[in-house]
Design a protein around this ligand. Structure first.
Ligand code: ADP
Ligand code: MG
Length: 256
């Protein structure tokens, strides 16, 4: 089982879009996938077709030790993966966790009970370096970083790399960068091309070959509560996330 935190402290860079569509694409390739929504906004929950206000339990109860992951997870029919939902309740966990023992390792402990049930566990992180994100970075083996190739992207990235180093030193020595993913890419944009080239220079093989283009179908799909694969399979967005899933699986096989 590989646990991957999909994270970037910046909002609107494609974390949730990547989480939901990678979950659906890996499932379509016959991998067993669990997606955890770690953001109180519940966008990954809604984007998977689950009404965040209609669920009885969320990741909140899991983090506070009131329920197990197995009790809270749901089956996403169109997408064929399992989901642990989130909604505004989760914002409360941030405060309540502060006074709880082993507050950084709550998620890691909870995931121990499903270790044999999945090939991939994807953690859709909130846009902050909150205690919930620290829980994700402590539970994960690796970090997948979606980013837009724009002017401040590299600066934001160096902050994130610092955070990863800190977590590695203090909480999770095995944490590594799974890969950097260029999202909402527009090939006609000169700046995007430049930033993209710099990214490859600095991070080499860590940058996925697969690039996610800006694609209207990807933006529409959440409003239907569908991964793009079930909204418009032939769209550039759907094909890009399938290609990413294939690239991830191949990389994993190569690295043993
Ligand atoms: P984050 O989770 O990092 O905040 P989201 O995945 O929610 O980012 O994406 C932010 C917005 O951009 C959403 O409205 C989403 O639908 C849209 N979006 C994300 N990726 C793409 C893309 N490749 N093409 C077009 N729109 C996208
Ligand atoms: Mg999000």
């Amino acid at each position: 089982m590989k646990i991957i935190a999909i994270t970037n402290q910046k909002g609107g860079v494609g974390k949730t879009t990547t989480s939901v569509n990678l979950a659906a694409s890996l499932s379509a390739l016959k991998r067993r996938v669990l997606l955890l929504d770690l953001d109180p906004q519940g966008n990954a929950t809604m984007g998977s077709g689950v009404n965040k206000n209609g669920v009885t339990a969320t990741l909140y109860q899991v983090l506070l030790g009131e329920k197990t992951l197995n009790e809270v997870k749901l089956k996403v029919e169109l997408g064929k993966f399992d989901l642990v939902p989130a909604n505004r309740d989760l914002a409360g966990a941030e405060i309540e966790l502060v006074n709880i023992e082993a507050r950084e390792t709550r998620l890691k402990a909870a995931l121990g009970s499903v270790i044999d049930d999945y090939d991939f566990v994807l953690l859709d992180c909130p846009p902050s370096l909150s205690l919930i994100t620290v829980n994700a970075l402590t539970a994960a083996q690796s970090v997948l970083i979606p980013m837009q190739c724009e002017y401040y992207a590299l600066e934001g990235l160096s902050d994130l790399v610092k955070t990863i180093k800190q977590v590695r030193a203090n909480l999770n020595p095995i944490l590594e960068i799974e890969g950097l993913l260029r999202t909402m890419f527009d090939n006609r944009n000169m700046l995007a091309q430049q930033v993209s080239a710099q990214l490859e220079q600095h991070f080499g093989d860590k940058v996925y070959r697969t690039v996610i283009p800006r694609n209207i179908r990807l933006a529409e799909a959440p409003s239907h509560g569908l991964p793009v694969l079930y909204h418009d399979k032939t769209s550039k967005g759907a094909q890009a996330y399938l290609a990413l899933a294939v690239e991830m699986i191949k990389r994993g096989e190569k690295n043993g």
